[in-house]
Design a protein around this ligand. Sequence first.
Ligand SMILES: Nc1ncnc2c1ncn2[C@@H]1O[C@H](COP(=O)(O)OP(=O)(O)OP(=O)(O)O)[C@@H](O)[C@H]1O
Ligand SMILES: [Mg+2]
Length: 384
Amino acid sequence: MTTHAGDKIRLLLVDDEEGFRAAIARRLAKRGMAPAQASSGEECLTLLDTSPMDVVVLDVRMPGMNGIDTLKAIKTNHKDIQVILLTGNAAVSDGIEGIKSGAFDYLTKPVEIDHLFNKIKQAFGMIQLEEEKRQQLAYREKLEKKMVDTDRLAALGTLSTGIAHEINNPLAIINEAAGVIKQILEAPDMAQLPRQGDLLMALDKIETSIKRAGKITQQLLGHVKKQGPRLATTDMRLLILETLALLKGGIKKKQINILWKTEEKEHMLITDPYQIRQVLVNLITNAIHALDTNGTISLSIHETPAYMILGIEDDGVGISSDNLGKIFDPFFTTKSFDQGTGLGLFVVNKIITGLNGEIEVESHPGQGTVFMIKLPLNSGGMAQ
Ligand SMILES: Nc1ncnc2c1ncn2[C@@H]1O[C@H](COP(=O)(O)OP(=O)(O)OP(=O)(O)O)[C@@H](O)[C@H]1O
Ligand SMILES: [Mg+2]
């Protein structure tokens, strides 16, 4: 439960003696409280189901459901409500049983009104304290999780880019050697070679795998290749157009419509155009993959005083809610071996957070997906 705004205490008086209840309510009202009233334990519980309360002042001796049973039911169903019991003068044991069952405190009748007033305020103070503790705990947990995530990703990033560097050179050599073998095998005098076809097929497999490994190293190195930030005043719309030109093969093949949702004008930002281009390539490539023939990619650029927001939207297959939490994980992919490495969005996320930006995604399976990239207008000065 969250406490309501302000300090107004939502208070409920439960007592079967109407005169007594009304008198207490009147006197509390004079002190600025506005208690609701119930005449039995049953009525109290029904009321709590529809009207949230902070504090309940509860008579113990009532016909029907007594105060202790009512208290137990309240604590079971509304554990954050604080209950103050009113016991008969000679019934201290009721009070003690009440405390054991979770009452905040008990007062004996006849009740001294200022005493009750202060008790109610104390009970409410306790609720606020617990709410604060809960919020602090939630905040700490969130922070810790974020720190763990960041550490994990930073370590993974350093390790993987290191490996990518090391793999790049042997990969280039394998690629070249495979090219040489292919050339030799395809030479006219090799036509008589036994099982030439099998050898060429094996070579094809090698080439596909080299391509995939190359794509992985290229993704991983793409965002760290540069020596320090390469910042430039960039027209973001032009950069998107350049990226579309780069990807025009795939766009044409699937006859994809490109739709601008915002006015086509200059949108200048000081940023790292190489990194942003990689972000755009990865996002638009994903959109192309998600679309059937004749699908639409919608693009938008919005500016707020502090941010430039790029929107890349497709009306493609969408992402299931199960997968949505995993798409930024390295190597998460739903694509086949030669289609995807699962690094595209991992890199996108790294680049955007490196530029102090944010990325948001919303997807509806069967309807489409939208990625929003929020870049601070002054990210230039803060880029890594
Ligand atoms: N626009 C989109 N529509 C539907 N699914 C998407 C979209 N973008 C990403 N996905 C899902 O997220 C997964 C991860 O995307 P990511 O770009 O990281 O890797 P990938 O595209 O599979 O491989 P690559 O490393 O080649 O980019 C994809 O496999 C796909 O399932
Ligand atoms: Mg991708």
